[in-house]
Design a protein. Sequence first.
Length: 268
Amino acid sequence: MAIITFSREMGSGGIPIVHQVAEELGYTLVDGDIIKSSAKDYNLSQEALQQIDEKPPAFVENLDRQIELDMSRIQLIVLEQALLGDVVIYGRGGQDLLPNITSVVRIRVIAPFEERVERWAQREWIDPDLARSLVRKSDQQRAGFIKYYFDRDWCDPLQYDLIVNTTRMTVKMAVKLIKQAVESPCLAEMSDGCNHKIKDLIIQKKIQIARLDDMRIKDIWFNIDVTDCDVTLSGHVYSDAERLAAIDIAEQVEWVASVTDNLKIVNY
């Protein structure tokens, strides 16, 4: 079971690489189309997808809770696809959604800014100045998205296994390198136990979604840790009623084996 994640800059030429890798390996491509087609099953509207997909929050308290809820639902779609294995995850913070999962190959596709602007202007038949503005805005949104939700520098090369500069590497060469990485015996050896870890991430995400969607919990300042389907809740809540609601939420999630309550009640 292998998982490939792609992070790309707008206009970098990542799309043909992604599609060819998925096609040649016979992997499922998890992209915007599959998220749109799955949205209804996860209580996601198409309007919500347009507003939040790969964008930072609004920094308005009530709105941000809904944004985080919808973002968590998108992330759950990606995680459940990852559990199936043999997938290519295009964007959506895939490399950060799957921390410490050794079956993941993390790819980043880049190109110089002005070259990306030129490519985007040609592709969309638009004025170069408009293309420059759109590419810059896209970079800022995606960097902000990764920073806010995962507290990471989007451009940090140490977070990727392979960085493809499309000014120096052809699509064919990039696809060949990625396939070699995926088919490496070392990756197969490191894949043992990864499904259990992904299941833990899914449990954690489902509890996060239920917590955000439950108005019995006023705020969300407590932690959810999951190991081998055992859940530990820690941090603080504002009342005993909130504590009981948090425990109730966790106990109702599929696959949960046990719930340990380390929550503290803090009255303000």
